[in-house]
Ligand binder design. Structure first.
Ligand code: URA
Length: 211
């Protein structure tokens, strides 16, 4: 199976992404707009959730109506920038479970090292949406998906804001079963691993930890 890449070019997302790209956007607005984009991107990510029918009674008559009936959703944030998506996704699906994965790259061996992993049980029975706003080299997303699969996950989608072609290629090659959903496919990575034109360091911009 080869991975699919979906670019969500909804005008609201594109407009909001420009606000995030803009250097002068302040921390509080950055977080708020991330939340709003997550909600709209989440609509795309969840558009194939399985529906069944439920017998209910409206004020006028009884009938069978669409009702979610598939796998339970679980959002998994790659720390720390992935957390910026969680509020918007939980606005959309308040009953979803949430997991967190922390991974860093050992500067000497360049190996991905897991420093935090907390996820709900029965991962194999859940539709997992792994989230990180920036898909740069793909190294962290690849390692996080690997950890999830090692813990039983079978159905994973990856949702990001801005992707670099290098990251899409690497993640698709490592996990061809994981569809990638993004709001933008930017030009390239620079020599420091930043996406160009990008929006800078998403974590720093969200939490005001630089400058
Ligand atoms: N992570 C970020 O936050 N920004 C980039 O441009 C690349 C990785």
């Amino acid at each position: 199976m080869s991975a699919s890449f979906t670019l969500v070019d909804h005008p609201l997302i594109q407009h909001k992404l420009t606000i995030l790209r803009q250097k002068s956007t302040a921390t509080a607005q950055f977080r708020q707009v991330m939340r709003e984009i997550a909600f709209v991107l989440g609509c795309e990510v969840t558009k194939d959730l399985a529906l069944g029918e439920k017998e209910i009674e409206t004020p006028l008559e009884k009938g069978a109506f669409p009702y979610l009936q598939g796998k339970k959703l679980c959002f998994v944030s790659i720390l720390r920038a992935g957390n910026g998506f969680l509020d918007g996704l939980l606005d959309l699906v308040p009953s979803a479970r949430v997991g967190h994965v922390g991974i860093y790259r050992n500067p000497e061996t360049l190996e991905a090292v897991r420093y935090y992993f907390k996820v709900p049980d029965a991962l194999g029975e859940r539709q997992i949406v792994l989230v990180d706003p920036m898909l740069a080299t793909g190294g962290t997303a690849i390692a996080a998906a690997h950890e999830l699969k090692q813990n039983g996950a079978r159905q994973i989608k990856f949702m990001c804001l801005v992707a670099a072609p290098e990251g899409v290629e690497a993640l698709s090659a490592a996990h061809p079963d994981i569809p990638i959903i993004a709001a933008a496919l930017d030009r390239r990575l620079n020599d420091h691993g930043y996406i160009v034109p990008g929006l800078g360091d998403a974590g720093d911009r969200m939490y005001g930890t630089k400058g």
